[in-house]
Design a protein around this ligand. Structure first.
Ligand SMILES: [Zn+2]
Length: 149
């Protein structure tokens, strides 16, 4: 888990930005990897709200590939930000009200938001760019090694 977050912070400006936005609110996000079949990909839940602090839990399925994890983490962090930036959300019922307003319904009591999908796509794009760069670095190193021989 530590390394997922470390990777996320090192590699993704989008995720950094979401974490920064979250840090300016009263909301704490707890991120966990899960094997639960209830979470085939990822999910964000409002766990509890007390005076001055709210807690959300982001669960990511542990079987996700490395390349899927960061986009899904960004997607879920965007949901955490959506909750965090609406101070009226302190219960699951409030959460439904919020998503009826800003989200799209995707199933019985399941909601999503365009902003969260966009955050996921943005990180996919970042990953593609990072991968192109690291391939270029690797081939530059390869030619360096060859010329040293
Ligand atoms: Zn979503």
């Amino acid at each position: 888990m530590q390394s997922l977050l470390t990777d996320a912070i090192a590699q993704s400006a989008v995720i950094n930005d979401l974490i920064r936005r979250l840090a300016q609110t009263d909301t704490f996000a707890y991120v966990e990897l899960t094997a639960s079949p209830e979470v085939p990909t990822a999910r964000t839940k409002l766990v509890t709200a007390v005076a001055g602090a709210r807690f959300v839990r982001i669960a990511l399925n542990m079987l996700l590939s490395r390349w899927d994890r960061l986009p899904l983490l960004a997607h879920e962090l965007q949901h955490a930000v959506e909750v965090a930036e609406d101070r009226d959300v302190t219960s699951p019922a409030d959460l439904r009200v919020l998503y009826r307003r800003v989200g799209i319904q995707t199933g019985a009591d399941r909601y999503d938001s365009i902003a969260a999908r966009r955050a996921g796509y943005d990180v996919l794009r970042e990953e593609a760019t990072n991968r192109r760069h690291s391939t270029r670095e690797a081939s530059a190193m390869g030619s360096l090694t060859e010329s040293a021989e």
